[in-house]
Design a protein around this ligand. Structure first.
Ligand code: ASP
Length: 332
């Protein structure tokens, strides 16, 4: 077993969007930070114990799917016809192995299904009932589609349909909806979750999971389950997980673009990540952000919205979580 001299590190996100800072209590902000911190500490402990990055990002995203504060797994948003269609992807940087599922309705943890697809070593992306059947055969927990129903998300759907809009998770809540105010405005936030990690062996991995966009057309798939768009990992370059307007991240191949700028242009991670998020995505309508870690343990978490739920933790150091743009990043 080989060990890298670089300190292992995990970074996670829970979506990006605009702020509702003025109306948010310290307790509500603290709830989001506590959720991020708890997941970071758990991942940090795994990394300290020598766990592979692929296991660490899978588990971190599973925990984010289980956390009702974020739009992935339970609490996922609704499609236009009042259902849930979930997407997830996981990728291992050491051999470019990847697995993904899209449009699944009965899998409790889509990220575990994506991992099962990766481990099988055949197709990279399975969709709909075929993905559900395969995941069930692999032992993934299945639930009734109604298991993902929540009054909060249903109110968001009705609000969006009343104004004939399609929205990213946090664009979708109504002022009148019975929502608990969140630090990022639920009417204008992307709710995808993700994790990237560098492990003690020098390997990278990335994972992304989402409920997609409120009032999305049934069958619509965004960037999250697409290798190179919303998720990418390559030990030679970087691990990336994105959140934002999926169509723009797909058209810009956002995650792979960061890797390409590192590999072919030689840009340091922070400049490559900012170039994609600040320069390349906005002309495509690409509101959102990404998290990235490279093989040297550099971390970048750029976003072009007012805030992004995010955090990072190096082994041996206190985890740091942040929401707003004016909070210091890992490189400041
Ligand atoms: N990127 C996701 C999608 O387009 C949405 C999000 O980040 O919340 O499905």
């Amino acid at each position: 077993m080989s060990f890298s001299t670089t300190t292992p590190v995990i970074a996670i996100h829970g979506g990006a969007g605009t702020l509702s800072r003025a109306s948010i209590s310290a307790e509500q902000q603290a709830a989001y930070r506590a959720a991020l911190d708890e997941i970071l500490r758990s991942a940090q402990a795994m990394l300290a114990g020598g766990a592979p990055a692929i296991d660490v990002v899978t588990e971190a995203v599973r925990q984010l799917e289980e956390c009702p504060l974020f739009n992935a797994g339970r609490g996922a948003v609704y499609t236009a016809d009042g259902r849930h269609e979930l997407d997830a992807c996981v990728m291992r940087g050491s051999d470019l192995a990847a697995g993904a599922v899209a449009g699944v309705r009965t899998l409790r943890n889509p990220i575990l299904a994506a991992r099962a697809v990766m481990e099988a070593g055949g197709p990279v992306l399975l969709i709909g009932p075929g993905a559900e059947q395969f995941a069930a055969e692999c032992g993934c927990e299945t639930v009734a589609p109604e298991w993902f129903d929540t009054p909060h998300r249903l109110a968001q759907l009705h609000a969006m349909q009343a104004s004939d809009r399609i929205a990213l998770d946090h664009d979708a809540a109504s002022h009148d909806a019975p929502t608990v105010p969140a630090p990022l405005d639920e009417r204008d936030k992307f709710g995808t979750v993700g994790a990237v990690a560098l492990d003690a062996h020098g390997h990278l991995a990335a994972a992304t999971s989402t409920g997609g966009m409120t009032n999305k057309r049934p069958g619509r798939v965004g960037d999250s389950p697409l290798v190179g768009a919303g998720c990418y990992a390559n030990d030679r370059t970087v691990a990336v997980s994105c959140t934002g307007v999926g169509e723009a991240f797909m058209r810009g191949l956002a995650a792979y673009d960061v890797s390409a700028l590192v590999e072919y242009v030689g840009l340091p991670l922070r400049f490559a990540a900012r170039r994609v998020v600040m320069d390349k995505l906005p002309p495509l309508g690409g509101r959102g952000g990404l998290i990235a870690v490279d093989a040297r343990g550099n971390v970048a978490l750029p976003f072009n919205t007012e805030g992004m739920y995010r955090g990072w933790a190096r082994v041996g150091e206190a985890p740091v979580s942040a929401i707003y743009a004016d909070e210091a990043g890992p490189e400041q």
